[in-house]
Design a protein around this ligand. Structure first.
Ligand SMILES: Cc1cc2nc3c(=O)[nH]c(=O)nc-3n(C[C@H](O)[C@H](O)[C@H](O)COP(=O)(O)OP(=O)(O)OC[C@H]3O[C@@H](n4cnc5c(N)ncnc54)[C@H](O)[C@@H]3O)c2cc1C
Length: 458
């Protein structure tokens, strides 16, 4: 029987795109409302018109356990654009570097401390602490939600060398917060997810990357799906309030006063934009309060076009011993096989960028070049041909101590209204996989609704 329901998805980021694609695949009538003039939300390509180039708003890496994201990529036909290299590089300011393996013995060596200064005794201590950490991820002590990841590492006896060469920056990468303020429980939960998926897939989690820009990866294929299934996409369509009458969704009130009729809604906006939309939902106060308490963490991305190659050894390299924030260098030549006609493009990501976020762009570029000069001899004479700084003050919701357990479920008290978005409750931290998993859960709830009566045409 045909489903006469009108499904409306609010928000055209990954969670909204995946929801709309999967509802359309299930044969539903779908309208997607996006307040901006483009789709993709926080994952999108950014044009540099003078160079006719499209670097991304920020480098996005992909873990091998991103099962829901891969399902989305299969749906939009771009799964082939994700690559998993066998190794990455850790680099120190004195030019030393070491390889992080993701397979076999080399993976174990990385896990137990790949620091060049680690003594054999040090490595044994790291191995013991790592095994204890794995055990505590799966059997969590009751106080993990009350302590920072740094306090947990100290309690586990994790040696400084192993923290520097792996755990501190991995924790920062997972929750985009410095370990001294990140919630140990958030980190442990994601690690537990990684361990379970590793057991399920019979291989350890590894880190991969897109070989194309983010629009090609996420948006182009989605548009093709929308065209195939007749999904209506409204750009510059700002939703104000979801209308609910007698326990069921009836429509979406737009900022211009129009009402988009709806029988079911996926609300896939970030915590920063949820205010007002759920006013008619009985539990809105609780959700708004959680959205506020989760807060935000800043990321600054810098796309640097240089006049020469840096001499990287791998597609992405982590710079160790930086300023207490993650600094990662992504070599887009190696990753995308791009031409160097406009220079060599390196994308730098600074997570937990509480200081950088307020700095003028010129200062950020100067600082990033100074950083590269400390780590790469070839950068000392390099000139910047073009630079693009992308500050994202609200890059993701924050996962500091005290935020565990705040994220709302996809299910609400109104069966025809579901929530999605990376900040809703999932097995992951603020990631693309969290966005995709939230969409899978939201769509599943809607697809389980009892059949709606088909209006009579007589
Ligand atoms: C710089 C940076 C680097 C990152 N790196 C990684 C990484 O390496 N790996 C990883 O897994 N994740 C990474 N992330 C996180 C990842 O990008 C996000 O978790 C994910 O994209 C969130 O998707 P979403 O759909 O939940 O939210 P969004 O992408 O924010 O989508 C929400 C959409 O809703 C729209 N919207 C909001 N309000 C309204 C309204 N009232 N009406 C209509 N539309 C509305 C917005 O315009 C937006 O398009 C990174 C994020 C940033 C910013």
């Amino acid at each position: 029987m045909n489903d006469p329901r009108r499904y409306v998805v609010i928000g055209g980021g990954l969670a909204g795109l995946a929801s709309a694609v999967w509802l359309a695949e299930a044969g539903k009538q779908v309208t997607l409302l996006e307040r901006r003039g483009r789709l993709g939300g926080r994952t999108h390509a950014l044009e540099v018109p003078t160079l006719r180039d499209v670097p991304d708003n920020g480098q996005h890496v992909i873990a091998s356990g991103y099962d829901h994201l891969f399902r989305y990529l299969e749906s939009v036909g771009t799964r082939r654009f994700v690559k998993f290299p066998n190794e990455g590089v850790l680099r120190w300011p004195d030019g030393r570097h070491t390889t992080m393996g993701t397979k076999g013995l080399q993976a174990l060596r990385t896990l137990f401390g790949a620091h060049p200064d680690a003594s054999p005794a040090n490595r044994i201590r790291a191995a013991v602490a790592t095994l204890r950490m794995g055990w505590e991820c799966l059997n969590q002590p009751a106080d993990l939600a009350d302590i920072s990841t740094e306090q947990w590492f100290q309690r586990l006896g994790m040696p400084a060398t192993a923290r520097e060469a792996l755990w501190d920056w991995l924790a920062l990468g997972i929750a985009a917060e410095p370990v001294r303020q990140e919630s140990a429980k958030v980190f442990a939960d994601v690690m537990a997810t990684g361990i379970r998926l590793g057991i399920k897939h019979r291989r350890p989690a590894t880190i991969g990357y897109p070989t194309v820009d983010l629009d090609t990866l996420f948006v182009t294929g989605a548009r093709e799906v929308f065209q195939r299934y007749g999904v209506r996409v409204a750009h510059r369509a700002v939703a104000r309030r979801i209308l609910i009458e007698e326990g069921a969704v009836t429509g979406v009130l737009m900022a211009d006063g129009d009402v988009v009729p709806a029988d079911a809604v996926v609300c896939a906006v970030p915590n920063s934009n949820i205010g007002g939309l759920l006013d008619l939902l009985p539990e809105h106060d609780e959700i708004y309060s959680a959205a506020d308490k989760l807060g935000y963490t800043p990321i600054v991305s810098t796309n640097l076009y240089l006049d020469r190659p840096l001499g990287t050894k791998s597609e992405f390299e982590a710079l160790i011993g930086g300023q207490g924030v993650i600094d990662e260098v992504f070599d887009r030549q190696r990753m995308h096989g791009r031409s160097t006609e406009h220079g060599w493009l390196y994308c730098l990501t600074t997570s937990g960028a509480y200081e950088q976020i307020h700095k003028p762009h010129d200062e950020v570029v100067a600082e990033q070049m100074a950083l590269l000069r400390r780590y790469y001899p070839a950068a000392r004479e390099a000139e910047v041909l073009h630079a693009q700084v992308v500050p994202m003050p609200r890059a993701t919701f924050s996962q500091v101590v005290g935020t565990a357990g705040l994220r709302p479920a996809q299910r609400t008290s109104v069966p025809t209204l579901v929530l999605a978005g990376d900040w809703t409750s999932t097995d992951w931290s603020a990631t693309m996989e969290s966005a995709a998993q939230s969409a899978a859960r939201a769509v599943e709830l809607l697809l389980k609704l009892p059949a709606a009566p088909v209006p009579s045409t007589a």
